[in-house]
Design a protein around this ligand. Structure first.
Ligand SMILES: *Cc1c(COP(=O)(O)O)cnc(C)c1O
Length: 401
Protein backbone atom coordinates (compact mmCIF):
# COMPACT_ATOMS: atom_id res chain seq x y z
CA UNK A 1 0.00 0.00 0.00
CA UNK A 2 1.39 3.41 -1.01
CA UNK A 3 2.15 5.92 1.73
CA UNK A 4 3.11 9.57 1.68
CA UNK A 5 5.81 10.59 4.15
CA UNK A 6 6.51 14.29 3.68
CA UNK A 7 5.37 17.19 5.86
CA UNK A 8 2.37 19.35 4.95
CA UNK A 9 3.74 22.22 7.03
CA UNK A 10 7.30 22.40 5.71
CA UNK A 11 7.87 25.59 3.73
CA UNK A 12 10.78 26.28 1.45
CA UNK A 13 13.80 28.06 2.94
CA UNK A 14 14.04 31.83 2.62
CA UNK A 15 15.82 32.62 -0.69
CA UNK A 16 19.57 33.31 -0.35
CA UNK A 17 19.01 36.95 -1.36
CA UNK A 18 16.59 37.30 1.56
CA UNK A 19 19.05 35.71 3.98
CA UNK A 20 21.80 38.05 2.81
CA UNK A 21 19.56 41.12 3.12
CA UNK A 22 18.48 39.99 6.59
CA UNK A 23 22.12 39.51 7.64
CA UNK A 24 22.92 43.03 6.45
CA UNK A 25 20.13 44.40 8.66
CA UNK A 26 21.37 42.33 11.61
CA UNK A 27 24.92 43.57 11.04
CA UNK A 28 24.01 47.26 10.95
CA UNK A 29 21.48 46.85 13.75
CA UNK A 30 18.87 49.30 12.46
CA UNK A 31 15.88 46.99 12.74
CA UNK A 32 13.28 49.59 13.62
CA UNK A 33 11.77 50.98 10.43
CA UNK A 34 12.38 54.61 11.39
CA UNK A 35 15.98 53.99 12.45
CA UNK A 36 17.83 54.93 9.25
CA UNK A 37 21.32 56.24 8.49
CA UNK A 38 21.52 59.58 6.63
CA UNK A 39 20.30 59.05 3.06
CA UNK A 40 19.23 55.45 3.77
CA UNK A 41 15.78 54.18 2.77
CA UNK A 42 14.51 51.51 5.17
CA UNK A 43 13.82 47.99 3.89
CA UNK A 44 10.26 48.39 5.17
CA UNK A 45 9.66 51.54 3.11
CA UNK A 46 11.10 49.81 0.03
CA UNK A 47 8.88 46.77 0.57
CA UNK A 48 5.82 49.04 0.75
CA UNK A 49 6.81 50.74 -2.47
CA UNK A 50 7.33 47.39 -4.21
CA UNK A 51 4.10 45.92 -2.89
CA UNK A 52 2.16 49.00 -4.01
CA UNK A 53 3.60 48.45 -7.50
CA UNK A 54 2.83 44.70 -7.33
CA UNK A 55 -0.86 45.38 -6.64
CA UNK A 56 -1.17 48.63 -8.57
CA UNK A 57 -2.20 50.51 -5.41
CA UNK A 58 -1.26 54.11 -4.64
CA UNK A 59 -0.50 53.48 -0.98
CA UNK A 60 0.84 50.57 1.04
CA UNK A 61 1.58 50.01 4.72
CA UNK A 62 3.56 47.11 6.19
CA UNK A 63 2.39 45.92 9.61
CA UNK A 64 2.95 43.24 12.22
CA UNK A 65 0.39 40.66 11.02
CA UNK A 66 -2.49 40.03 8.66
CA UNK A 67 -4.91 40.26 11.57
CA UNK A 68 -3.43 43.63 12.51
CA UNK A 69 -3.94 44.87 8.93
CA UNK A 70 -7.64 43.90 9.14
CA UNK A 71 -8.14 45.67 12.47
CA UNK A 72 -6.21 48.69 11.26
CA UNK A 73 -8.46 48.90 8.17
CA UNK A 74 -11.59 48.91 10.36
CA UNK A 75 -10.13 51.60 12.63
CA UNK A 76 -9.05 53.67 9.63
CA UNK A 77 -12.63 53.40 8.31
CA UNK A 78 -13.74 54.70 11.71
CA UNK A 79 -15.88 51.70 12.55
CA UNK A 80 -17.40 52.32 15.98
CA UNK A 81 -18.19 49.97 18.87
CA UNK A 82 -21.56 48.34 18.27
CA UNK A 83 -21.49 48.85 14.49
CA UNK A 84 -22.61 45.84 12.47
CA UNK A 85 -19.92 44.47 10.13
CA UNK A 86 -20.74 41.83 7.54
CA UNK A 87 -18.28 39.01 7.00
CA UNK A 88 -18.01 35.45 5.71
CA UNK A 89 -19.24 32.61 7.88
CA UNK A 90 -16.49 30.52 6.28
CA UNK A 91 -13.19 32.17 7.20
CA UNK A 92 -10.33 32.03 9.70
CA UNK A 93 -10.57 33.26 13.29
CA UNK A 94 -8.55 36.53 12.84
CA UNK A 95 -11.33 37.89 10.61
CA UNK A 96 -14.25 37.91 13.09
CA UNK A 97 -11.56 38.56 15.71
CA UNK A 98 -10.54 41.84 14.06
CA UNK A 99 -14.20 42.94 14.02
CA UNK A 100 -14.74 42.00 17.67
CA UNK A 101 -11.47 43.71 18.68
CA UNK A 102 -12.83 47.13 17.68
CA UNK A 103 -16.06 46.39 19.57
CA UNK A 104 -18.05 45.96 16.36
CA UNK A 105 -20.47 43.09 15.80
CA UNK A 106 -19.76 40.36 13.20
CA UNK A 107 -22.75 39.35 11.07
CA UNK A 108 -22.02 36.20 9.11
CA UNK A 109 -22.98 35.59 5.50
CA UNK A 110 -23.53 32.09 4.11
CA UNK A 111 -20.98 30.27 1.96
CA UNK A 112 -21.92 28.55 -1.32
CA UNK A 113 -20.79 25.07 -2.27
CA UNK A 114 -18.22 26.76 -4.51
CA UNK A 115 -16.76 28.10 -1.22
CA UNK A 116 -17.44 31.78 -1.85
CA UNK A 117 -19.70 34.27 -0.08
CA UNK A 118 -23.37 33.77 -1.03
CA UNK A 119 -24.30 37.00 -2.80
CA UNK A 120 -28.06 36.55 -2.34
CA UNK A 121 -27.54 36.13 1.38
CA UNK A 122 -25.17 39.11 1.34
CA UNK A 123 -27.96 41.27 -0.09
CA UNK A 124 -30.43 39.98 2.50
CA UNK A 125 -28.04 40.51 5.43
CA UNK A 126 -27.04 43.95 4.15
CA UNK A 127 -30.73 44.93 4.20
CA UNK A 128 -31.39 43.30 7.56
CA UNK A 129 -28.38 44.76 9.41
CA UNK A 130 -27.88 48.10 7.63
CA UNK A 131 -24.12 47.42 7.86
CA UNK A 132 -21.84 49.94 6.17
CA UNK A 133 -18.78 47.68 6.09
CA UNK A 134 -18.17 44.23 4.60
CA UNK A 135 -15.00 42.43 5.60
CA UNK A 136 -14.77 40.05 2.66
CA UNK A 137 -12.56 37.04 3.23
CA UNK A 138 -11.32 35.28 0.09
CA UNK A 139 -11.07 32.16 2.19
CA UNK A 140 -8.82 29.39 0.85
CA UNK A 141 -8.17 31.47 -2.24
CA UNK A 142 -11.65 31.37 -3.80
CA UNK A 143 -12.87 34.60 -5.37
CA UNK A 144 -16.61 35.23 -5.72
CA UNK A 145 -18.14 37.15 -8.64
CA UNK A 146 -16.41 40.39 -7.67
CA UNK A 147 -18.34 42.43 -10.24
CA UNK A 148 -21.68 41.52 -8.68
CA UNK A 149 -20.35 41.83 -5.14
CA UNK A 150 -19.05 45.34 -5.77
CA UNK A 151 -22.34 46.31 -7.41
CA UNK A 152 -24.29 45.10 -4.35
CA UNK A 153 -21.99 47.06 -2.03
CA UNK A 154 -21.75 50.20 -4.18
CA UNK A 155 -25.51 50.63 -4.42
CA UNK A 156 -25.82 50.40 -0.62
CA UNK A 157 -22.77 52.50 0.29
CA UNK A 158 -21.00 49.55 1.91
CA UNK A 159 -17.20 49.84 2.17
CA UNK A 160 -15.44 46.59 1.28
CA UNK A 161 -12.31 45.51 3.14
CA UNK A 162 -10.72 42.54 1.37
CA UNK A 163 -8.99 39.86 3.41
CA UNK A 164 -6.44 38.56 0.90
CA UNK A 165 -4.53 36.26 3.25
CA UNK A 166 -5.02 33.45 0.70
CA UNK A 167 -5.19 35.53 -2.48
CA UNK A 168 -1.97 37.52 -2.65
CA UNK A 169 -1.19 37.32 -6.38
CA UNK A 170 -4.71 36.24 -7.42
CA UNK A 171 -7.07 38.32 -9.61
CA UNK A 172 -10.67 38.57 -10.82
CA UNK A 173 -10.94 39.55 -14.49
CA UNK A 174 -7.34 40.77 -14.28
CA UNK A 175 -7.96 43.09 -11.28
CA UNK A 176 -5.72 41.96 -8.41
CA UNK A 177 -7.37 40.65 -5.30
CA UNK A 178 -7.32 43.48 -2.75
CA UNK A 179 -7.95 46.16 -5.40
CA UNK A 180 -11.73 45.85 -5.71
CA UNK A 181 -12.61 47.15 -2.28
CA UNK A 182 -11.45 50.31 -0.54
CA UNK A 183 -8.70 48.44 1.35
CA UNK A 184 -6.88 45.16 0.71
CA UNK A 185 -5.19 43.29 3.58
CA UNK A 186 -2.56 40.56 3.24
CA UNK A 187 -0.64 38.31 5.59
CA UNK A 188 3.03 37.33 5.35
CA UNK A 189 2.75 34.74 8.07
CA UNK A 190 4.63 31.49 7.39
CA UNK A 191 1.69 29.61 5.83
CA UNK A 192 0.77 32.33 3.33
CA UNK A 193 2.25 33.24 -0.06
CA UNK A 194 5.34 35.07 1.15
CA UNK A 195 6.91 34.19 4.48
CA UNK A 196 8.39 36.43 7.17
CA UNK A 197 7.14 34.39 10.11
CA UNK A 198 4.69 37.14 11.01
CA UNK A 199 3.68 40.22 9.03
CA UNK A 200 0.96 41.96 7.09
CA UNK A 201 0.40 44.49 4.32
CA UNK A 202 -2.43 46.90 3.65
CA UNK A 203 -3.11 48.67 0.34
CA UNK A 204 -5.52 51.43 -0.63
CA UNK A 205 -5.98 54.31 -3.07
CA UNK A 206 -7.77 56.45 -0.46
CA UNK A 207 -5.37 59.08 0.89
CA UNK A 208 -7.17 59.79 4.16
CA UNK A 209 -7.50 56.12 4.90
CA UNK A 210 -3.81 55.57 4.10
CA UNK A 211 -2.74 58.43 6.37
CA UNK A 212 -4.92 57.18 9.23
CA UNK A 213 -3.62 53.63 8.81
CA UNK A 214 0.01 54.80 8.89
CA UNK A 215 -0.58 56.88 12.02
CA UNK A 216 -2.53 54.05 13.64
CA UNK A 217 0.30 51.58 12.97
CA UNK A 218 2.57 53.66 15.19
CA UNK A 219 4.44 56.05 12.90
CA UNK A 220 4.75 58.67 15.65
CA UNK A 221 5.47 61.80 13.61
CA UNK A 222 7.92 60.05 11.28
CA UNK A 223 5.43 59.41 8.49
CA UNK A 224 7.51 61.37 5.98
CA UNK A 225 9.88 58.38 5.95
CA UNK A 226 7.21 56.38 4.13
CA UNK A 227 7.35 56.30 0.34
CA UNK A 228 4.08 54.57 -0.63
CA UNK A 229 2.21 57.20 1.40
CA UNK A 230 0.14 60.35 0.77
CA UNK A 231 1.68 63.80 1.06
CA UNK A 232 2.33 65.53 4.40
CA UNK A 233 -0.81 67.77 4.07
CA UNK A 234 -3.02 64.70 4.28
CA UNK A 235 -1.38 63.73 7.58
CA UNK A 236 -1.89 67.27 8.87
CA UNK A 237 -5.65 66.69 8.62
CA UNK A 238 -5.66 63.58 10.81
CA UNK A 239 -2.51 63.53 12.94
CA UNK A 240 -4.05 65.02 16.11
CA UNK A 241 -7.07 62.75 16.15
CA UNK A 242 -5.63 59.37 15.19
CA UNK A 243 -4.52 57.17 18.10
CA UNK A 244 -1.32 55.14 17.99
CA UNK A 245 -2.09 51.40 18.03
CA UNK A 246 1.45 50.15 17.48
CA UNK A 247 1.77 47.31 14.98
CA UNK A 248 4.64 48.20 12.68
CA UNK A 249 6.68 45.84 10.56
CA UNK A 250 10.47 45.92 11.12
CA UNK A 251 13.34 46.02 8.62
CA UNK A 252 14.35 42.41 9.22
CA UNK A 253 11.02 41.04 8.05
CA UNK A 254 10.86 43.44 5.13
CA UNK A 255 14.37 42.36 4.04
CA UNK A 256 13.25 38.72 4.03
CA UNK A 257 10.10 39.52 2.04
CA UNK A 258 11.45 41.68 -0.78
CA UNK A 259 13.24 38.89 -2.70
CA UNK A 260 10.20 36.61 -2.25
CA UNK A 261 7.97 39.25 -3.78
CA UNK A 262 10.37 39.55 -6.71
CA UNK A 263 10.11 35.75 -7.27
CA UNK A 264 6.36 35.64 -6.88
CA UNK A 265 5.29 35.00 -10.49
CA UNK A 266 7.44 31.86 -10.67
CA UNK A 267 6.15 30.62 -7.30
CA UNK A 268 2.56 31.07 -8.42
CA UNK A 269 3.20 28.84 -11.45
CA UNK A 270 4.75 26.18 -9.23
CA UNK A 271 1.79 26.28 -6.82
CA UNK A 272 -0.68 26.00 -9.66
CA UNK A 273 1.15 22.99 -11.12
CA UNK A 274 0.81 21.24 -7.73
CA UNK A 275 -2.86 22.21 -7.52
CA UNK A 276 -3.60 20.89 -11.01
CA UNK A 277 -1.85 17.60 -10.22
CA UNK A 278 -4.10 16.98 -7.20
CA UNK A 279 -7.20 18.21 -9.05
CA UNK A 280 -6.54 15.89 -12.01
CA UNK A 281 -5.90 12.96 -9.68
CA UNK A 282 -9.20 13.48 -7.84
CA UNK A 283 -11.39 14.10 -10.91
CA UNK A 284 -14.23 11.63 -11.24
CA UNK A 285 -13.87 10.12 -7.74
CA UNK A 286 -17.36 8.84 -6.80
CA UNK A 287 -18.99 10.81 -3.99
CA UNK A 288 -16.39 13.59 -4.16
CA UNK A 289 -16.99 17.10 -5.50
CA UNK A 290 -14.12 19.19 -6.80
CA UNK A 291 -14.59 22.93 -6.37
CA UNK A 292 -14.86 24.48 -9.88
CA UNK A 293 -12.69 27.53 -10.65
CA UNK A 294 -14.44 30.20 -12.74
CA UNK A 295 -12.63 31.43 -15.89
CA UNK A 296 -12.61 35.03 -14.56
CA UNK A 297 -10.53 33.94 -11.58
CA UNK A 298 -6.74 33.61 -11.61
CA UNK A 299 -5.81 31.83 -8.44
CA UNK A 300 -2.75 30.77 -6.49
CA UNK A 301 -3.14 27.07 -5.69
CA UNK A 302 -1.39 27.03 -2.32
CA UNK A 303 -4.11 24.76 -0.92
CA UNK A 304 -6.91 22.63 -2.35
CA UNK A 305 -10.42 21.93 -1.10
CA UNK A 306 -12.97 19.29 -2.03
CA UNK A 307 -16.37 18.26 -0.73
CA UNK A 308 -17.91 15.00 0.34
CA UNK A 309 -21.41 16.46 -0.05
CA UNK A 310 -24.04 15.19 2.37
CA UNK A 311 -21.81 12.43 3.76
CA UNK A 312 -22.46 11.78 7.41
CA UNK A 313 -19.83 12.84 9.95
CA UNK A 314 -18.83 9.29 10.75
CA UNK A 315 -18.02 8.52 7.11
CA UNK A 316 -16.03 11.74 6.67
CA UNK A 317 -14.11 10.92 9.85
CA UNK A 318 -13.33 7.47 8.44
CA UNK A 319 -11.92 9.01 5.24
CA UNK A 320 -9.78 11.41 7.31
CA UNK A 321 -8.40 8.59 9.47
CA UNK A 322 -7.69 6.31 6.55
CA UNK A 323 -5.92 9.09 4.62
CA UNK A 324 -3.95 10.11 7.73
CA UNK A 325 -2.79 6.50 8.17
CA UNK A 326 -1.27 6.75 4.73
CA UNK A 327 0.32 10.14 5.39
CA UNK A 328 -2.22 12.35 3.59
CA UNK A 329 -3.11 15.07 6.10
CA UNK A 330 -6.54 16.57 5.52
CA UNK A 331 -8.30 19.27 7.55
CA UNK A 332 -12.03 19.02 8.14
CA UNK A 333 -14.27 22.04 8.68
CA UNK A 334 -17.10 19.88 10.02
CA UNK A 335 -15.51 18.91 13.35
CA UNK A 336 -17.43 19.64 16.57
CA UNK A 337 -14.48 21.33 18.27
CA UNK A 338 -12.01 23.90 16.86
CA UNK A 339 -8.67 22.24 16.08
CA UNK A 340 -5.38 24.04 15.34
CA UNK A 341 -6.05 26.62 12.59
CA UNK A 342 -9.44 25.15 11.69
CA UNK A 343 -12.49 26.63 13.38
CA UNK A 344 -16.03 27.52 12.39
CA UNK A 345 -18.44 30.42 12.87
CA UNK A 346 -20.35 28.71 15.67
CA UNK A 347 -17.09 28.37 17.64
CA UNK A 348 -16.71 32.17 17.75
CA UNK A 349 -19.03 32.75 20.70
CA UNK A 350 -18.06 36.39 21.16
CA UNK A 351 -20.25 37.03 18.10
CA UNK A 352 -24.04 36.86 18.47
CA UNK A 353 -25.23 33.30 17.82
CA UNK A 354 -26.44 32.96 14.26
CA UNK A 355 -27.94 30.08 12.30
CA UNK A 356 -26.46 29.45 8.85
CA UNK A 357 -27.94 26.18 7.59
CA UNK A 358 -26.33 26.32 4.15
CA UNK A 359 -22.89 26.95 5.64
CA UNK A 360 -23.42 24.09 8.12
CA UNK A 361 -24.19 21.76 5.25
CA UNK A 362 -21.18 22.84 3.15
CA UNK A 363 -18.69 22.77 6.04
CA UNK A 364 -19.90 19.34 7.18
CA UNK A 365 -18.43 17.85 4.01
CA UNK A 366 -15.50 20.20 3.42
CA UNK A 367 -11.95 18.90 3.36
CA UNK A 368 -8.87 21.01 2.92
CA UNK A 369 -5.23 20.29 2.19
CA UNK A 370 -2.15 22.50 2.11
CA UNK A 371 0.21 22.32 -0.85
CA UNK A 372 3.61 23.59 0.32
CA UNK A 373 6.16 24.30 -2.39
CA UNK A 374 8.42 21.63 -0.91
CA UNK A 375 6.07 19.10 -2.61
CA UNK A 376 6.71 17.93 -6.17
CA UNK A 377 4.04 17.23 -8.78
CA UNK A 378 4.76 13.50 -8.26
CA UNK A 379 4.04 13.96 -4.55
CA UNK A 380 0.72 15.56 -5.44
CA UNK A 381 -0.20 12.76 -7.83
CA UNK A 382 0.56 10.23 -5.09
CA UNK A 383 -1.51 12.12 -2.49
CA UNK A 384 -4.43 12.29 -4.93
CA UNK A 385 -4.16 8.52 -5.54
CA UNK A 386 -4.32 7.89 -1.79
CA UNK A 387 -7.33 10.15 -1.27
CA UNK A 388 -9.11 8.72 -4.28
CA UNK A 389 -8.59 5.15 -3.08
CA UNK A 390 -9.75 5.86 0.48
CA UNK A 391 -12.77 7.93 -0.53
CA UNK A 392 -13.79 5.19 -2.98
CA UNK A 393 -13.41 2.47 -0.34
CA UNK A 394 -15.57 4.26 2.22
CA UNK A 395 -18.10 5.30 -0.43
CA UNK A 396 -18.49 1.72 -1.73
CA UNK A 397 -18.68 0.15 1.74
CA UNK A 398 -21.44 2.56 2.67
CA UNK A 399 -23.34 2.07 -0.58
CA UNK A 400 -23.34 -1.68 0.05
CA UNK A 401 -24.26 -1.36 3.76
C1 LIG B 1 -3.82 33.91 8.09
C2 LIG B 1 -5.09 34.58 7.85
C3 LIG B 1 -5.30 35.91 8.24
C4 LIG B 1 -4.30 36.76 8.96
O1 LIG B 1 -3.57 36.03 9.83
P1 LIG B 1 -2.28 36.49 10.67
O2 LIG B 1 -1.91 35.20 11.30
O3 LIG B 1 -2.78 37.52 11.61
O4 LIG B 1 -1.26 37.04 9.72
C5 LIG B 1 -6.52 36.48 7.91
N1 LIG B 1 -7.46 35.79 7.24
C6 LIG B 1 -7.29 34.52 6.85
C7 LIG B 1 -8.36 33.86 6.08
C8 LIG B 1 -6.10 33.86 7.16
O5 LIG B 1 -5.94 32.59 6.80
Amino acid sequence: MERFTRSFTQQEPIPEAGIEAAMAVLRHGRLHRYNVAPGEVAETALLEEEFAAFTGAKYCLAVASGGYALGCALRALEVQPGDPVLTNAFTLAPVPGAIAAVGAVPHFVEVTEDLVIDLDDLEAKAEATGAKVLMLSHMRGHLCDMDRLMEICRTRGIAVVEDCAHTMGAAWRGVPSGRHGVVGCYSTQTYKHINSGEGGLLVTDDEDLAARAILLSGSYMLYTRHRAAPSAEVFERVKYVTPNVSGRMDNLRAAILRPQLADFAAQRERWNALYRAVEAGLAGTPGLRIVPRPPEESYVGSSIQFLLPDWNGEAVREVLDRCANRGAELKWFGAEEPLAFTSRYDHWRYAPQQRLPQTDRVLAGLLDMRLPLTFTEEDCTLIARIIRAEVSTVWQARAVA
